[in-house]
Design a protein around this ligand. Structure first.
Ligand code: 6PG
Length: 221
């Protein structure tokens, strides 16, 4: 891990700590929505070390691959191993999968539970892929139009470029937050973000769906 990525993770953890701390000074519960993938690991570890009233914090994921919770592709496993550690184990974590065989069959069950979280979220932290996807809003998702337009919480998505079916919060639900943060690293993603900032077609680069709300960008080389 480069020093600048580690510093970025620590600065992001400090900002998220402050946000949760501030919101919990005037509300009973607060919700944090995190992303999976590889970028967030040092951030998760830095945040887990913060002195927060974790038992008053709900945590969920922006999206998930429809795999078992012990699969190495499971974002829930990533959160359990790197964020729900030490005192942070007291947080109420809602994974986005259930026992159903497919996301299409399981989406309503997960949505019912997700509705009970402390919306609007205090913070939504997004990642971004080289194709401009964020959460599981991929340019080639068959359900991209639906996920961008629906007021439903969650959408089951099939994406030719991805090996597994997925479930994702809709753009509408991900917008329901007090603060939005994009956490990205590397020159390739900087170039994708620059391209996204230079146009409007959300279906081409779905991260654009979040360039209309205040979006704090945490980037390091
Ligand atoms: C996932 C995500 C996804 C991720 C980006 C970036 O489950 O894959 O939540 O949207 O944030 O693909 O992933 P990396 O951090 O691995 O580059």
């Amino acid at each position: 891990m480069s020093q600048s990525r580690q510093q970025l993770a620590e600065q992001l953890a400090e900002a998220v700590f402050q946000a949760l701390h501030d919101d919990l000074s005037h509300q009973q519960r607060a919700l944090l929505v995190v992303s999976g993938g590889s970028t967030p690991v040092p951030f998760f570890e830095a945040l887990a070390a913060k002195p927060l009233p974790w038992e008053r914090i709900d945590i969920t994921l922006a999206d998930e691959r429809w795999v078992g919770m012990d699969s190495s592709d499971s974002n829930a496993k990533l959160v359990r191993e790197h964020l729900l550690q030490g005192d942070a184990i007291e947080a109420n974590f809602l994974p986005l999968t259930c026992d159903a065989a497919t996301p299409e069959e399981g989406v309503d069950e997960v949505a019912k539970l997700a509705e009970t979280l402390a919306w609007p979220a205090s913070v939504v932290i997004l990642g971004m892929g080289g194709d401009g996807h964020t959460a599981s809003l991929f340019p080639d998702s068959l359900e991209l139009g639906l996920a961008l337009a629906t007021e439903e919480l969650l959408v089951a998505v099939r994406t030719p470029s991805q090996p597994q079916p997925r479930i994702t919060f809709s753009a509408d639900r991900l917008h329901q937050a007090r603060r939005h943060i994009l956490h990205i690293t590397g020159d390739d993603k900087r170039a994708v973000l620059a391209k996204a900032l230079n146009g409007d077609d959300v279906r081409q680069l779905p991260i654009r769906a979040f360039l209309t709300c205040p979006l704090a960008i945490y980037w390091a080389p």
